[in-house]
Design a binder for this molecule. Structure first.
Ligand code: ADP
Length: 340
């Protein structure tokens, strides 16, 4: 192994549970042990874990970098994207596979090769679109064939089914992919849920909102979540309720939910929490707004049956919670009576 290899492998650690589960499966090929391997890989993926991947280094790298003088732990920054070719393995059945090692000791069991550390999640997602049969983990030791079907199982286990939940509480505390903000047209913060979200997210949120140049009523824009547990915030602007224009208001409120869900889908987000948009300062009657929220959300879920979106309707007060519960219950009864 040369220094370049060491450099790129320095980050490796934390794959012990994957190794242990593979070891158990190697000794006893049971369904339970297989599930344990997949579960340990999925957990590692969530921890942003890395694997060591054998590669053929690009020509530009050896031309531009003094490989001999790189020490373990050094970071190399390339001015242009580098394209590493992954090593392939061929099994006796003629199938080709990518290879990955859980640790440097595993990589060293075979022929010396250059390696990089690669993000497990990215590798699994990338592998789905390649023609290889999958990834062989630790090919020179106790190996595990992570076929494409198993990769899909690891990734699918993460996708919740389409579902609507009601939850009472503060939306800023929720550990979801994205929370929706009932913002105003300026997107520069306000009272109610908007103020709470900005306080919890910190000043970075306002700074990013300034770059968005506002948002029209019924539309939605996305930012990062900053100090929130949620990774993203979708800012949508509900209508100010006007009894004389109730149909127009209903349409705009409906659009807020749908456009937020569409935007979440564009970002591949699968858990989303909504406040009761427009029912605070904007004065929308709570019951009417809840019916529109349910229609918009359930309509979108019906149109996207395989997407896997968990929608949390977050209620800040008991009155809203009661209304949502009532609608949810009558909705499921409707479905039940339809089925029977
Ligand atoms: P709008 O201007 O769209 O009416 P508001 O923020 O005034 O927005 O209120 C929208 C809804 O959000 C109201 O039902 C309010 O009770 C609720 N709300 C306020 N703070 C929070 C919070 N921290 N978490 C969840 N919902 C909240």
């Amino acid at each position: 192994m040369n220094d370049f290899e060491k450099t790129n492998c320095a980050e490796n650690s934390g794959n012990e549970l994957v190794e242990k589960s593979i070891d158990r499966f190697y000794r006893e090929t049971t369904k339970e042990n297989l599930i344990d391997v997949l579960e340990s890989i999925r957990n590692r993926m969530h921890e942003d874990g890395k694997w060591i991947v054998p590669v053929i280094p690009p020509q530009e790298l050896s031309e531009n970098i003094d490989i001999e003088n790189i020490k373990a732990g050094d970071t190399i920054t390339a001015s242009q994207p580098l394209h590493f070719k992954l090593h392939h393995l061929e099994t006796t059945d003629g199938k080709t596979w990518l290879a990955a090692f859980t640790g440097m000791d595993e990589a060293e069991k075979g022929e010396s090769t250059s390696t990089i550390t690669d993000d497990i999640g990215q590798m699994l997602k990338g592998c789905r679109n390649m023609h290889e049969a999958g990834i062989i983990i630790n090919p020179w030791g106790k190996s595990f064939k992570l076929t494409k079907e198993l990769i899909q199982m690891v990734l699918d286990a993460d996708i919740p089914e389409n579902h609507i939940y009601c939850q009472e509480g503060d939306i800023t505390k929720l550990d979801v992919d994205v929370i929706v903000n009932a913002a105003n047209n300026s997107l520069l913060g306000g009272g109610g849920v908007d103020g709470a979200i900005h306080r919890a997210a910190g000043p970075g949120l306002l700074a990013e909102c300034r770059t968005l140049h506002g948002c029209k009523t019924g539309e939605a824009k996305i930012t990062k979540g900053y100090d929130l547990k949620a990774k993203y915030v979708i800012h949508t602007v509900g209508p100010v309720y006007n009894r004389l224009e109730s149909e127009k208001c209903a349409g705009l409120l409906y659009d807020c939910y749908r456009n937020s869900l569409e935007l979440a889908k564009q970002y591949d987000l699968h858990t989303i929490a909504f406040p009761a948009i427009s029912t605070g300062v904007y004065g929308y009657p709570k019951h009417e707004a809840a019916v529109i929220a349910f229609m918009a959300v359930s309509g979108w879920l019906d149109e996207n049956p395989d997407y896997g979106m968990a929608v949390i309707l977050c209620c800040f007060d008991q009155e809203t919670m009661k209304i949502y519960r009532y609608i949810l219950k009558s909705r499921s009864q409707e479905k039940d009576s339809f089925i029977h």
